[in-house]
Design a protein around this ligand. Sequence first.
Ligand code: SF4
Ligand code: SF4
Length: 170
Amino acid sequence: METTRIPAGTPVPGRPDSFRDVIYVWEVLRGLGITIRHLIRNCLHMKDLPTLQYPDEKRVYGPRFRGRHRLTQREDGSPRCVACMMCSTVCPAGCIHIIAAEHPDRRIEKYPAVYEIDLLRCVYCGLCEEACPCDAIRLDTGVYEIVADRRDKFVVGKEFLLNERERGTL
Ligand code: SF4
Ligand code: SF4
């Protein structure tokens, strides 16, 4: 294929050639003007800003929002969970750890002697909730501010999941 040599000194198309374009000062001033215009407009109309003054203001999420988990209870306060392992099997993060035990009530086959969720590994996909045949686990607490000062505190157990519905501090 034949190639055409570009003679030396040929100006590159599109390169700014006027002095005003080369030093960019005009564009910098124009950008600053836009920034200042937005700043003044936002200061005069603070109420219209989409920014929330967190933590004084908190966003309200819809009822289907998946927050921190909870275990639902029977009337006597025991977990509805029958330790069938469906949730831990389906969990893509592998963050549910269950140890099953025989239930003293013969009508209930098993119960979770240990039921732990590692909240740092959980991706809040809701698959555990969907897979559960007993409606024993839900992500309907609405709790999304989950804080702790040590990593191991994010592994929450059965008692916490049964009782601490509103708590985000572990
Ligand atoms: S919400 Fe998803 S990632 Fe979290 S425990 Fe349930 S199945 Fe696992
Ligand atoms: S929470 Fe539901 S799916 Fe998970 S082990 Fe208990 S009964 Fe089975």
